[in-house]
Design a binder for this molecule. Structure first.
Ligand code: ZN
Ligand code: ZN
Length: 372
């Protein structure tokens, strides 16, 4: 099951230029001559630019343009696809983009409603800029299917997190605090070659682990308690996300039995996951096992989510998900059971969906409940 999918094919979306061409082909159907991109993960995906201020304009006929400010001039030279015209401005990116579009005679422009504030939209409406039309999901639809360069980064991000966890396992002992282990894990991610943690690292002991996303605290670990880790690394802008649950000394027997149920749910989901399946059907693979064991109400979150330039991105796998899992989509599979007052168990891996097999990117041990 860990073998890479054999059906991996050529890579039509491997470069920022090819991705912009794919986007360009949608502009005609919207009867617009340009698209304004203001979501930073989308700007990065389409141009290479990793800055946190700027706007990208993709036009039907070319050229495309990136506007940003003085702080990013060096980064633009290093990162941005040279076929994009870059402009450095000393005003905010949105008004710089509006002026560029007006100057280039674009009458109708589509924009990403998810990434424009109401204030920015009102400001634009009261200007003499081009007509705006909101669209959603255009870029994320391309981003779902990972190209080979993206898969390389995702595999490395998963390997960095595996290595970091292995380093920190030796520090689990009575008296250590959640915050100490979280800080060690963050440092280990960097020592393993990551650019940093993908999100705020979660380390939870005992009854804290029953709250899926609680922050680490100064709480000290006692013998017989669960230790739940949920964290990830960033490599080349791409995130990993993994959870492991272990114990410091024998925990309550219910925790051990819950661990076996969660593991069984995860295995069943990993065995059943395949390209073409809906997010809802994927969610049911793991959820059915947990419900059959009588813990349905204690599994209150979704089975998993897409991952890439963002930790959470489509396709989601939940009871309501309408997304379809395409080949080369990368998702997490993370069933969990949470018992208030006692503790929780979650096991999470990052996997690449294929037509005939999946590739599991994370590899930290999980097949036996680890009791230290
Ligand atoms: Zn996670
Ligand atoms: Zn996750």
């Amino acid at each position: 099951m860990a073998e890479p999918p054999v059906e991996a094919q050529s890579d039509p979306l491997a470069t920022p230029a090819a991705r912009r061409d794919a986007l360009r082909s949608r502009l005609e159907s919207a009867e617009a001559t340009a698209m304004l991109i203001t979501g930073f993960p989308n700007i990065r995906y389409l141009s290479g630019f990793s800055g946190s201020s700027g706007a990208l304009i993709v036009t039907a006929q070319g050229p495309d343009s990136l506007v940003t400010d003085f702080r990013y001039a060096g980064q633009v030279r290093e990162e941005v696809d040279p076929s994009i015209e870059s402009e450095i401005h000393n005003e905010n990116a949105m008004s710089a983009a509006r002026k560029w579009l007006t100057r280039e005679n674009h009458a109708k422009v589509v924009f990403e409603s998810r990434y424009m504030s109401v204030a920015e939209w009102m400001d634009w409406k009261s200007s003499d800029g081009p007509q705006l039309e909101a669209v959603t999901g255009w870029v994320v639809a391309l981003r779902m299917r990972k190209s080979e360069p993206e898969l390389i980064a995702l595999r490395r991000a998963a390997a960095v997190a595996d290595g970091a966890l292995a380093e920190v396992m030796g520090m689990i002992r009575p008296g250590v605090t959640e915050l100490e282990l979280a800080a060690r894990l963050d440092m280990a991610v960097i020592e393993q070659g990551g650019e940093g943690s993908a999100f705020e690292t979660i380390v939870q002991f005992g009854e804290h682990s029953a709250r899926p996303h609680a922050r680490p605290t100064h709480r000290k670990l006692a013998r017989g308690e669960v230790v739940l880790f949920d964290f990830g690394a960033i490599v080349d802008g791409y995130a990993s996300d993994m959870s492991r649950t272990v114990a410091c000394g024998r925990p309550d027997p219910e925790i051990e039995s819950v661990y076996r149920i969660v593991l069984e749910a995860q295995r069943t989901a990993l065995d059943g996951l395949c390209a073409g399946m809906s997010g809802r059907d994927a969610d049911a693979l793991g959820r059915d096992v947990i419900e059959a064991a009588g813990y349905g109400p204690q599994f209150g979150h979704s089975l998993g989510h897409g991952i890439g330039l963002e930790v959470h991105e489509p396709p989601g796998m939940s009871r309501l998900s309408e997304w379809r899992l395409e080949a080369d989509t990368v998702v997490t599979v993370e069933p969990g059971i949470y018992i208030e007052g006692l503790g929780g168990v979650r096991i999470e891996d990052v996997v690449r969906v294929g037509c005939s097999a999946i590739e599991i990117l994370t590899s930290a041990p999980k097949d036996e409940f680890i009791v230290l």
